[in-house]
Design a protein around this ligand. Structure first.
Ligand code: SF4
Length: 389
């Protein structure tokens, strides 16, 4: 990038001016990571100071049986496949209750699009989970699943959300977004929920008072311009509804795991590499700069590894999810030794070690507890340093 354009972009960021599509593409063209990090850190500090939010949650996937076969997905199984499963309601409750001692504040539930499970199963699970764990917030279902519920129930999304909220739903999850541009989407997504339905369902949730997350799956066959387009669609919708609490760039993962049947389900990995840590940091930084009206930027560390998660706090990220247990959707594809569990104490130290102040939050980003600010660098260096893999 030439020095003139760099100065121009820098001036816009420091003046708080909104960046354009062309600006976004130009930022992705820059390999000056420290510069991008500095700009994103400026924006992040303006919005969130030195705070890093985290929550204590548990991920549950009620079923991996799915009618769709998205090209990047190593989680889905077809009915009758050896390791296909569907949880009984009491099993889901038992798993959720296993973490009661950790003062769990959120359950995050996403699932395959099960071809025969009736719609009634879903509000019933929510009611029983809520009865068993009344203080735990239920963040459940992607817009894709809500659209699936429309199909299997004959109800409208409006009626579905009302019933789920009555059963205890606090928020939708942000998945199913992937990359909205059809040029890419047609090659990676096999379900029927695209931008029109995804945005319709989130806008509806916002109109009912929900705060929802939005995601983007990057680092596969898309180009930077598709990432920019993705964020700008969300930014425009956020101008209208103000209902997105957080944006979560998710790194696409190859399928390395030998599943019980030895099948590699991911059909795009022959055509692509995975995003490098540098590319991930750039994506966080540009996302923070472009998506100027979303309050938080999250690193779902299971998909990036802990070292990148820690570094990303200097590239616009102010939120780490979470104390995940048994995250399966992409963890089934991870062979890098990234753990799938972090406890509250681990997260606190990860954040302090990076020089930030940890703040525990709930699903709606209300503060549950503020912790001490990070000790000084000299104090931190006086202690043996933890190496975060
Ligand atoms: S990404 Fe979701 S909808 Fe697509 S195949 Fe996997 S589980 Fe099914």
């Amino acid at each position: 990038m030439d020095a003139g354009l760099k100065r121009e972009l820098e001036a816009k960021v420091y003046a708080g001016e909104r960046l354009t599509r062309e600006d976004g593409v130009a930022l992705y063209e820059s390999d000056d990571l420290t510069w991008l990090g500095r700009l994103a850190h400026h924006k992040r500090t303006e919005l969130n100071g030195e705070r890093v939010m985290f929550n204590v949650n548990r991920h549950l996937n009620l079923t991996n049986v799915c009618s769709a076969s998205c090209a990047y997905c190593s989680f889905q199984r077809k009915p009758g496949e050896k390791d296909a499963y569907t949880m009984r309601i009491d099993e889901a409750v038992r798993k959720a209750k296993e973490m009661e001692d950790e003062q769990l504040t959120e359950l995050h539930i996403v699932n395959g699009l099960h071809p025969t499970l009736p719609w009634r199963y879903y509000p019933k699970v929510l009611r029983e989970l809520k009865a068993a764990l009344p203080n735990v917030k239920l963040k459940c279902f992607t817009a894709t699943e809500v659209q699936w519920f429309e199909k299997i129930s004959g109800l409208s999304a409006d009626e579905i959300l009302d019933e789920l909220m009555d059963a205890g739903l606090e928020s939708l999850t942000g998945g199913g977004a992937e990359i909205f541009d059809w040029e890419v989407r047609q090659h990676i997504v096999d379900h029927a929920c695209h931008w029109e339905d995804w945005s319709r369902i989130h806008a509806l949730a916002h109109s009912k008072g929900m705060k929802t997350p939005a995601t983007m799956l990057y680092g596969h066959i898309e180009e930077p311009r598709h990432r920019v387009d993705h964020v700008l669609r969300l930014r425009e919708l956020q101008d209208e509804t103000g209902g997105f609490a957080v944006f979560i760039p998710l790194r696409y993962q190859h399928d390395f795991v030998d599943s019980a049947d030895g099948k590699i389900r991911n059909r795009i990995q022959a055509r692509t590499t995975m995003a490098s840590p540098a590319e991930s940091l750039k994506t966080f930084a540009v996302s923070r700069l472009l998506f100027d009206n979303v309050p938080h930027l999250k690193n779902f560390w299971v998909m990036h590894g802990l070292s990148v998660a820690q570094l990303s706090l200097n590239f616009g990220v102010d939120d780490l999810d979470g104390s995940v247990v048994e995250y399966k959707i992409t963890h089934d594809a991870d062979s890098y030794g990234t753990p799938n569990t972090m406890h509250r104490d681990d997260l606190l130290h990860l954040i302090w070690d990076a020089g930030f102040q940890p703040v525990e939050r709930d699903t709606r980003y209300n503060v549950v507890r503020e912790y001490d600010k990070a000790p000084s660098l000299a104090e931190r260096r006086a202690e043996p340093q933890q190496v975060w893999a």
